[in-house]
Design a protein around this ligand. Structure first.
Ligand SMILES: *Cc1c(COP(=O)(O)O)cnc(C)c1O
Length: 234
């Protein structure tokens, strides 16, 4: 059990320091350069004040899941001029427009329909919109993400779009009681990345959340999405 869970007043800034230390330690265990791992603070359901506290502590990347909430926060925090927004949730095509013109990375592309809608809406940008393909590793029918068998055709579909910039893969493994049990899923995403073009074609591996980010880093994650360990329970 993590002792921080028993300190409700532990500040966001102190939690971020501790997360960064754990990222560095996990990277060193795996013989990796800690600067190759990006921290995205997942701020869904948390207030603009909490985001500002994390920004003051040096975080620049924030992840949101819901289009409406994304839009409100993006607008109200526009004065934080180095902030980068990540869209990490499932998105209906009618909500793509605002997200496509303002996000720095889309994590959840999982259908040709979404590819075409993002591509169409990204024409308003000055540079191509960076995107990740979400892969379904849990193979549960309710989950989003494409099946691994569809990966090659999805990669080709995105690479044909001039307004999109394919950066890599993302996955949300099925929740596990023990972090260690998520290791085979992270290993599988890494294997798929290596199989479909490796680091040069798919440099970003977005995997690892509060409960399993250290294991994900050991298995090659380049971007961890952490909510609860920074902002507390939702
Ligand atoms: C909510 C969410 C997270 C953060 O989860 P925590 O367990 O709170 O760290 C990460 N990724 C996605 C896609 C999410 O929806």
């Amino acid at each position: 059990m993590n002792p921080e869970e028993f300190q409700p007043l532990h500040s966001i800034a102190a939690r971020i320091v501790s997360i960064r230390e754990r990222i560095v330690a996990a990277a060193h265990r795996a013989g990796r350069d800690p600067s190759s791992i990006q921290l995205v603070a997942v701020s869904k359901t948390h207030s603009a004040e909490s985001i500002q506290a994390a920004y003051a502590a040096g975080v620049r990347d924030f992840g949101e899941n819901y289009a409406q909430e994304y839009t409100e926060k993006q607008k109200s925090l526009a004065h934080l001029n180095e902030i980068r927004w990540h869209f990490i949730g499932h998105l209906q095509t009618n909500k793509v427009r605002f997200v496509a013109s303002t996000a720095s990375l889309i994590h959840c592309v999982d259908s040709p329909k979404l590819v075409h809608e993002f591509s169409r809406r990204a024409v308003e940008r000055s540079s191509p919109l960076p995107v990740l393909i979400e892969v379904n590793l849990g193979r549960e029918s309710t989950k989003s993400g494409i099946e691994p068998a569809q990966l090659e055709s999805m990669i080709e579909c995105i690479e044909l779009e001039k307004t999109l910039d394919l950066k890599g893969l993302m996955a949300i493994p099925p929740p596990q009681d023990r972090a260690e049990d998520s290791r085979p899923f992270h290993r599988e995403l890494r294997r798929l990345r290596d199989m479909y073009g490796g680091q040069s074609r798919l440099p970003v591996l977005s995997m690892g959340m509060t409960n399993d980010f250290e294991v994900a880093i050991e298995e090659g994650s380049t971007l961890v999405r952490i909510g609860t360990a920074i902002f507390g329970n939702r």
